[in-house]
Ligand binder design. Structure first.
Ligand code: FMN
Length: 372
């Protein structure tokens, strides 16, 4: 804990692709299952998101938002970006964040085989009919084993791509500064990248270049819909909500193929998630390189690192050649004013798991805050 002053490198301005941000500190995407049952965002969510902007975060990445009314929804009370009411609900939120001097990007998420609550269609789709590891997550409203998905047909895949395209148009209308395609943490797009969930024998399965192809096609379509100055991020990860130990078997070679494919498809930034583990655990490659550093070097894109980035010493080390921006999850919940605290050299409040138990809703966290 040495560098806590206003000169901390995380407090320097920087460009995340087309977005000029006041500092390097971002709020990581966090599902809060607090929208109306029809996916319309609420005023409570506007209060939640604007507090991070008031607290000085350079950018807020929203929770994963479902992009279509087919198979994408992962959780009951997850917000959507499909209907006019969704767009109006999000507009109220982006206005509040902008009024507080912040920027906000919509994370677009297709849950694939990891859906545990979707009122639109029965069943789940995935690259292949492989039963997911692990079980549904009770704090997000599910319990018991996941359903075994159906292998997505070419028509299903076209519907997925069109959903991401339509949601991107809706995000622009709703006043977002960009979108982030969720290709991480075990959800549909990551199911394509991951060897054991993608057994396809068509052009979307096989080598790493083939397994990332569908993700790149989604990104290409999203980039084609993006207005000028709109960010098109992609989040990738090795670990997953239902598997904290998976690593890309090709190591550095996989990082190069994935990062270059996504850059070629039109991504303007890469966000490397670290679900269930700290950055130093998931980012180190066998040859002394880091996933975040190498991805930035070979793609030419700005890279966001994640996983325990609230620690000032570690944050400074990572910003010294391994990443350009840092996203913060748990510690942002405990410290919505984390950038202001860092600038003032003030201690951070510790994250208390009780904030997200028995469920991850905003109501539960608000009750926890009132009690404390
Ligand atoms: C309650 C909660 C919900 C989350 N939901 C999402 C999500 O919707 N999309 C996503 O990409 N990651 C999600 N994550 C993962 C975080 O973005 C982040 O990668 C993780 O918390 C590690 O960062 P940290 O060490 O700063 O907390 C979630 C994490 C938490 C705690």
């Amino acid at each position: 804990m040495t560098d806590r002053s206003a000169t901390h490198p995380a407090l320097r301005p920087g460009s995340l692709g087309p977005l000029d941000l006041g500092n390097r500190l971002l709020v990581a995407p966090m599902t809060r299952v607090s929208a109306r049952p029809d996916g319309v965002p609420t005023e409570e969510m506007a209060d939640y998101y604007s507090e991070f902007a008031e607290g000085g975060f350079g950018l807020v990445v929203t929770e994963g938002i479902y992009p279509d009314a087919a198979y994408s929804q992962g959780y009951l009370n997850q917000p959507g970006l499909v209907t006019e009411e969704h767009v109006a609900g999000w507009r109220a939120i982006t206005d509040r964040v902008h009024a507080a001097g912040g920027r906000i990007v919509a994370q677009l998420m297709h849950a694939g085989a990891l859906s545990q609550g979707n009122p639109h269609r029965p069943g789940t789709i995935a690259p292949s009919a492989v039963a997911p590891l692990g079980e549904m997550m009770p704090p997000y409203g599910g319990s018991g084993p996941f359903a075994t998905p159906r292998a997505a047909t070419p028509e299903d895949l076209r519907e997925v791509v069109e959903g991401f395209a339509a949601a991107t148009r809706n995000a622009a209308t709703a006043g977002f500064d960009g979108v982030e395609v969720h290709g991480a943490n075990g959800y549909l797009l990551d199911q394509f990248i991951t060897e054991y969930t993608n057994l396809r024998t068509d052009e979307y399965g096989g080598s790493t270049a083939e397994r990332v192809r569908f993700v790149a096609e989604v990104v290409e379509r999203v980039a084609a819909e993006a207005p000028d100055g709109f960010a098109v991020g992609v989040r990738v990860s090795q670990t997953k909500v239902n598997d904290f130990v998976y690593r890309w078997s090709g190591g550095s070679e996989d990082v190069i193929v994935i990062a270059q494919s996504l850059a070629k498809a039109g991504a303007t930034y890469l966000h490397v998630a670290s679900e269930g583990r700290a950055w130093f655990d998931t980012a180190l490659l066998a040859d002394g390189l880091t996933v975040t550093g190498l991805a930035g070097e070979v793609s030419g894109l700005p890279v966001i690192a994640n996983g325990g980035m609230h620690d000032p010493d570690q944050a400074a080390r990572v910003l010294d050649g391994h990443a350009d921006f840092l996203s913060i999850g748990h510690a942002a919940l405990a410290n919505p004013d984390l950038p202001r605290r860092l600038a003032a050299g003030r201690e951070l409040a510790a994250f208390d798991p009780a904030m997200l138990r028995p469920d991850v809703t905003l109501a539960t966290s608000n009750r926890w805050r009132q009690a404390g």
